[in-house]
Design a protein around this ligand. Structure first.
Ligand code: ADP
Ligand code: ZN
Length: 436
């Protein structure tokens, strides 16, 4: 049986205690960082040459941010704080935005990461009654193995299938009575179209929950997946630099993701000034990982945009919640001078019931101007002989988009299955302007 808490003392720790623990662990993290060729000169340069030089949590703000470029510059071993012989695992980011970055874990690091995942999964109600099909990529990407270890820890039976091959996924789900899956939201939408093709009613499956993350998705997309399968979808956030999944996870309330503050120090900073913002305000997530022996990272600029939920969660966990990730700072498109996040487009189209399971955003040059085209798959029934309803739908999508993003896009409607699907993170934006 899933317990109310996996680790009650840690999950419900009162704020002052939690902050005292953070300070103690920050000192340890700084101690580890001082062992690395990357951080040593950086920290000494600001007068931190031993862990004791960190006197309060406020001292964190003196430490410079760490960026993805820093990680690349420190490649391969510049940020390694442990003896190489104590490292038992490495992972790498999926490289969505360039050369992948590498992280290292000792056996203790793997155990601690697994612990954060176990507490996350337990909070969703998952336990040894569950059969867990992990549709995320195994290998260097952290979503496969990371989640795998956490799922075993809470006692689920794991089917380590990895992504792709929809027919096989469906067969496994049927044969073994899968109750829980881990996948990108775009893949679950795609899989649903396959169910329909194979004449399977998702309600005949044993499925009851999904962990969805690795890419931004809107609340409407969550609701859509929940309705299509008759399940609960839990938002899962993580990034390889911070171990991977298990950084923040939704509890049974599915209302914001608890960020495990005994493992990470959370800051949200203004995108331009890089100053901390007030709770509730949108900004870039900056994270310090507290309990990683092999590879400390201090004040990492994730480039992910979110905000802190004000108030406490009724579930009793005291760790603050973050809002759904709006996108990455580097996702932002500038179209004829107007800033647009792909998530704003998704929010509009996925709120419309006629819209199907996939879409694509295309930006091109049209003379001196930029042209935005939104390609949208619609439900199978919509392609009837009469084109009037289709034209009306197209106009409606265009008008709603224009109202939301102040750009008048071209809208193309497509039949189900006509737009490209990716097995891992969805590639929703094609920006032809950057092609030479
Ligand atoms: P990358 O994609 O940078 O190569 P990772 O494979 O580590 O590296 O992916 C981590 C990134 O995936 C996060 O920084 C974030 O942008 C995105 N991500 C992860 N979980 C979520 C989520 N639940 N919602 C939105 N975006 C997410
Ligand atoms: Zn909660």
């Amino acid at each position: 049986m899933a317990k109310r808490f996996w680790d009650e003392a840690a999950e419900t720790m009162a704020r002052p205690e939690l902050e005292a623990l953070q300070l103690e662990r920050l000192r340890e993290a700084v101690g580890q960082a001082l062992k690395t060729s990357f951080y040593k000169p950086r920290l000494e340069g600001i007068g931190i040459s031993s862990p004791g030089d960190v006197r309060s949590l406020a001292d964190l703000a003196r430490i410079p941010f760490t960026t993805k470029d820093d990680l690349r510059r420190a490649f391969p071993y510049g940020m390694l704080a442990a003896d190489r012989r104590d490292v038992v695992r490495m992972h790498a980011s999926s490289g969505t935005t360039g050369i992948p970055t590498v992280i290292y874990l000792t056996a203790g690091d793997v155990a601690r990461w697994t612990g954060f995942l176990a507490r996350s999964l337990n909070a969703t109600g998952a336990d040894s009654n569950d059969v867990f099909q992990n549709m995320m990529t195994y290998g260097l990407f952290t979503g496969g193995l990371g989640m795998h270890y956490g799922a075993e820890k809470v006692g689920m039976m794991v089917i380590p299938v990895g992504p792709g091959n929809a027919s096989r996924q469906l067969k496994l789900m049927k044969d073994f009575g899968t109750t829980t899956v881990h996948a990108t939201p775009s893949y679950l939408l795609h899989l649903h179209s396959k169910l329909a093709e194979e004449g399977i009613d998702p309600r005949d499956l044993e499925l009851k929950r999904a962990f969805c993350g690795a890419e931004p998705y809107s609340e409407d997309t969550r609701r859509k997946i929940e309705a299509l399968y008759g399940i609960e979808v839990f938002n899962s956030y993580g990034l390889s630099e911070m171990n991977g999944p298990g950084v923040a996870f939704e509890c049974e309330r599915r209302d914001g993701m608890h960020l495990w503050e005994d493992g990470y120090i959370l800051e949200i900073v203004d995108r331009d000034s890089l100053e901390g913002v007030k709770d509730g305000a949108m900004g870039e997530i900056v994270l310090t990982i507290l309990c990683r022996e092999a590879m400390p990272i201090l004040r990492y600029r994730t480039r992910d945009l979110s905000s802190v939920y004000p108030g406490e969660c009724p579930c009793g966990r005291t760790h603050r919640r973050i809002a759904r990730i709006m996108g990455r700072t580097d996702d932002m498109l500038i179209i004829n001078g107007i800033n647009v996040f792909p998530s704003q487009i998704e929010e509009v189209i996925m709120a419309m019931p006629e819209v199907g399971n996939n879409y694509l955003i295309l930006v091109e040059k049209d003379g001196a101007l930029d042209r935005l085209t939104v390609k949208v798959e619609i439900g199978p029934l919509a392609f009837a002989d009469d084109s009037r309803p289709l034209n009306a739908l197209r106009d409606r999508i265009r008008d709603r988009l224009q109202a939301s993003i102040s750009i008048n896009p071209r809208v193309e409607l497509h039949e189900p299955g006509m737009l490209p699907v990716s097995e891992g993170k969805a590639k929703r934006v094609v920006d032809e302007r950057t092609r030479i």
